[in-house]
Structure formats: structure tokens, C-alpha cells
Design a protein around this ligand. Structure first.
Ligand SMILES: Cc1cc2nc3c(=O)[nH]c(=O)nc-3n(C[C@H](O)[C@H](O)[C@H](O)COP(=O)(O)OP(=O)(O)OC[C@H]3O[C@@H](n4cnc5c(N)ncnc54)[C@H](O)[C@@H]3O)c2cc1C
Length: 424
């Protein structure tokens, strides 16, 4: 079976790897010179099933409004002059009820937990190294209100058997020793010991190299111009390279184009609710390892994650709804620097840091879209819309998608991950 995977971010590459394991003849196409160079390039490095939750939730509309007037707010909005932005925001608001939030969170936790297990298995099978650590996530809270919200939010974790532990400020400093100097600023924390960390782009690059040894072909610097259809099948993809225009064909097509998935699928009559939500990160070389985090610390006040790699710290977060704009806003850099200095003042040299931005492919319900596109085009498969947690959910999503294409039964329920859930 020949499969063409569109997109070589972490989602496209994991899809290709699991399809190759099934014995498929896989080609991956991407416009970038190498894999993992767009949103998968410099994310916050969290593999965090315990932290999996949709952004749309009770109280979020009011909070979002208040954030509009705050200097270090985690969210900002700028009209991109499209009707599509308004439609997406209205779908997002509809998902803010407690009932929708709980349902969406349970789907995300299910996939994320499975995905972390798939990643562990992949690591055991291949020995892949990506500056990974298995030391959990520590969410830190500064206000009673944050603690109260968190106490309500752990029901799904308990129901799904995800281990967690509430800790006081001293407990925070036991888990993350460098926090000892700032523990007076904290009211407490939630430790998620089964979460992991790692460099997503390094993982994507090394997995692509492994996939190549299994026969997967990579066509980089190939921009997908359009889809070619014939009756009820997708019959090919037109690509543009430095050598000119060319058509590629296969038996099945996997759409893993991140934030750009919607644009291409419109030509098949599918309106995927995937909007680009811009985020920023700062990668800082470590100058004092003892003053740095040992894993991920999630600062709930600013919704910023601070993650330890071998010799670097990645600080990532913030959300801007502003279309496909990739301008690096220097004010955001200052905010990230402030967040790092606030919790780990002696850890890194921010003057040597690299600043980055990426577009999270977000669905309004936070859950990715995995499975057959629709019955009109049975050979088109979607693996997109992973939003804030694409690195966390990549291996599980790739495995599930490969199972569905090969007509094997996935190990987890997938019917509610499909595009058809929006039709109900
Ligand atoms: C600041 C920030 C922090 C984050 N932190 C975390 C985290 O800690 N943990 C976590 O789990 N997730 C995190 N995420 C989310 C995660 O990074 C994304 O969900 C994930 O990278 C999405 O992967 P993808 O493969 O779908 O998209 P991408 O990596 O963007 O891949 C899509 C690919 O499609 C290609 N493409 C698009 N259009 C075309 C075309 N027309 N022709 C050819 N190629 C095309 C692009 O070149 C790209 O390589 C974060 C995101 C951001 C922005």
C-alpha cells in the first residue's frame, strides 16, 4: 500500500514511522528543507498527558476579556479580517461549558496517555535519544483562586488513573530544588510524576532518519500546490520544487500540515476547524545547572512552561489569535525573559537566547482530528489540529492513524477523534 504523508512536522513524521512499521510504502512531502522546521521546531518540550486540557473551559471567556487589559497576559487577539476567525472563536466559546470541557478533556487525556506509552515503547524499541527526561511536570500556583480551580479540575485525572500529587511550597522546592529561593511567592503546586520532557525537533529529525532506514522517502523543499481529484478519490498531489511542477500519487493520503491543513482541505469541500494560534519560545543556554529546573515547571499565572533540556532551558507559551502572521514581537521576548528570571533567576544567559514563534494548529475543542476525512474521499486521512499538545500526542496519533489505514483495531477509542464529530 502506497501512502503519501503531507507534512513533515512531528505529526507527519510519526505517522510515516508507524505506517512504515505496518509495511506501507511511505513518502513524506514538505516545503521546508528539513523535517520539523515549523511549529514542531521549538515548542516548550512538554510530554504532558497530565496537563492535557482544552483551552476552552468554564470561566475562560471572562478571563480572556480581562487578559486583554493586562500587560503580561497569556492571550491576545487581533482581528485578522477573516470571517473564519470569528467562526472559530464562536465555536471555541460553545466549548466553554463545564460539560463540553469535561468531555474534551477526557478525550485529550485518553490520547495523550496512550501517546506517552507509545513514545516509551518506541524509545525501548529504537533507543532514540532527544534530550529526554522522565521527571514529571510541576504546575505552580500563586493564588488561592488558581488552587481552587485546580482542585476542581483533577476529577478527570482521578477517573483516568493519572497519578498526581498536591504539594505545598516546600514540596515544590523538593521536586524542583532551584525553586527554594522563590518558594515564598508560591501557594502550592500540582506534581504530575508520569509526564516527560524532550526536544521535539531533535526527536522528529532522529525519527525521520530512522524511518528512512525503514524505506520511507522524504521529498523536502516541495510545496504542495493543490490536490487532484478523480471521481470520489484523491488521485494525486501537485507539488512545486526548484525543478518545476510535478504530480505525486498514492493509494492513501495523510494530511499532517499543521495550521495549513484547513486551506488545502477546502478544495475537497471540508472546512476543518483548525486555526493558527501563535505562541513564542525562548531557548536559553544554561550557565548554572543547579539554579535551573530539572524538568518542566508550568507557571499557572502566566501559562508559561519552563523546561530543562541537557544544556538549555526552553521557555514557551502565550497565545495570539492573529492569523498566519509570524512576526517576532520583541515585547513577547521580554515577557518570556521576565518569566524565567522570576522563577529561575540565576539559571541561564538570556543575552545568548534564541527567540522563536510558531503557529499551534488549534481546534476549538482542543482535541485533534484523526481518521478518515469523510466518506466522499475514503483515501484521505487527517492527522491534524493538535494545538497546544502536538508533541505530547504525536506518537499515539501516528500509531492510531496507521492502525486505521491498515484496518487494524486501534488500542484506544477513536470514533470521537474523527472529523465527523463536528457534524453531530
Ligand atoms: C510556543 C509553543 C509551545 C508549545 N509547547 C508544546 C509542548 O510543550 N508540548 C506539546 O505537546 N506541544 C507543544 N506545542 C504544540 C506543538 O508544537 C504542535 O502541536 C505540533 O508541533 C504540531 O505539529 P504538526 O506536525 O501538526 O505541525 P508542523 O510542525 O507545523 O508541521 C506541518 C508541516 O507542514 C508543512 N506544510 C504546510 N503547508 C505546506 C504546503 N503547502 N506544502 C508543503 N508543506 C507544507 C510545513 O512545512 C510543516 O513542516 C507548542 C506550540 C507552540 C507554538
Amino acid at each position: 500500500m502506497r501512502v503519501l504523508v503531507l507534512g513533515s512536522g512531528v505529526i507527519g513524521v510519526t505517522s510515516a514511522y508507524y505506517l512504515a512499521l505496518k509495511g506501507c510504502d511511505v513518502t513524506v512531502v514538505d516545503r521546508q528543507p528539513s523535517v520539523g522546521l515549523e511549529t514542531s521546531f521549538a515548542n516548550a518540550g512538554q510530554i504532558s498527558p497530565g496537563y492535557s486540557a482544552p483551552w476552552a473551559g468554564p470561566g475562560v471567556p471572562l478571563k480572556a476579556f480581562q487578559w486583554l487589559f493586562q500587560r503580561y497576559a497569556p492571550l491576545s487577539m487581533r482581528p485578522d479580517l477573516s470571517r473564519w476567525q470569528l467562526q472559530w472563536m464562536s465555536q471555541f466559546l460553545k466549548n466553554c461549558s463545564l460539560e463540553r470541557y469535561t468531555l474534551n478533556k477526557s478525550r485529550m487525556v485518553r490520547l495523550a496517555e496512550y501517546s506517552r506509552d507509545c513514545l516509551r515503547e518506541l524509545r525501548a524499541d529504537t533507543g532514540i535519544q532527544y534530550e529526554q527526561r522522565s521527571r514529571g511536570t510541576l504546575q505552580v500556583f500563586r493564588t488561592q483562586k488558581q488552587l481552587d480551580v485546580e482542585f476542581k479540575d483533577i476529577t478527570v485525572l482521578s477517573e483516568m488513573g493519572v497519578p498526581f500529587q498536591h504539594v505545598d511550597p516546600d514540596g515544590c522546592a523538593l521536586i524542583e530544588p532551584a525553586l527554594i529561593h522563590v518558594k515564598d511567592q508560591l501557594l502550592g503546586g500540582l506534581h504530575l510524576p508520569d509526564d516527560e520532557t524532550g526536544d521535539c525537533q531533535l526527536f522528529t529529525t532522529r525519527l525521520a532518519a530512522l524511518a528512512q532506514t525503514m524505506g520511507v522517502k522524504f521529498r523536502q523543499e516541495a510545496t504542495i500546490n493543490r490536490l487532484i481529484t478523480q471521481q470520489n478519490l484523491l488521485s494525486g498531489v501537485e507539488i512545486k520544487t526548484t525543478h518545476g511542477v510535478e504530480n505525486l500519487d498514492a493509494d492513501h493520503y495523510v494530511v499532517a500540515l499543521g495550521s495549513y491543513s484547513r486551506e488545502l482541505m477546502l478544495s475537497l469541500g471540508l472546512n476543518l476547524p483548525v486555526y493558527p494560534v501563535k505562541g513564542y519560545s525562548l531557548t536559553v543556554p544554561i550557565i548554572n545547572g543547579d539554579a535551573a529546573p530539572v524538568s518542566t515547571v508550568m507557571d499557572e499565572t502566566y501559562k508559561v512552561a519552563i523546561t530543562r533540556f541537557d544544556q538549555r532551558i526552553r521557555v514557551g507559551g502565550m497565545a495570539e489569535l492573529a492569523g498566519f502572521d509570524l512576526t517576532l514581537n520583541p515585547r513577547r521576548r521580554l515577557t518570556l525573559e521576565k518569566m524565567l528570571r522570576g522563577l529561575f533567576p540565576q539559571a541561564g544567559d538570556v543575552s545568548q537566547a534564541s527567540f522563536w514563534t510558531g503557529l499551534r494548529p488549534m481546534t476549538p475543542d482542543g482535541t485533534p482530528i484523526i481518521g478518515q476525512a469523510n466518506s466522499m474521499y475514503p483515501n484521505v486521512w487527517l492527522n491534524t489540529g493538535h494545538g497546544t499538545l502536538g508533541w505530547t500526542m504525536a506518537c499515539g496519533s501516528g500509531q492510531v492513524l496507521a492502525d486505521l489505514i491498515a484496518q487494524d483495531k486501534p488500542a484506544i477509542e477513536t470514533s470521537d477523534l474523527q472529523y465527523s464529530r463536528y457534524k453531530r
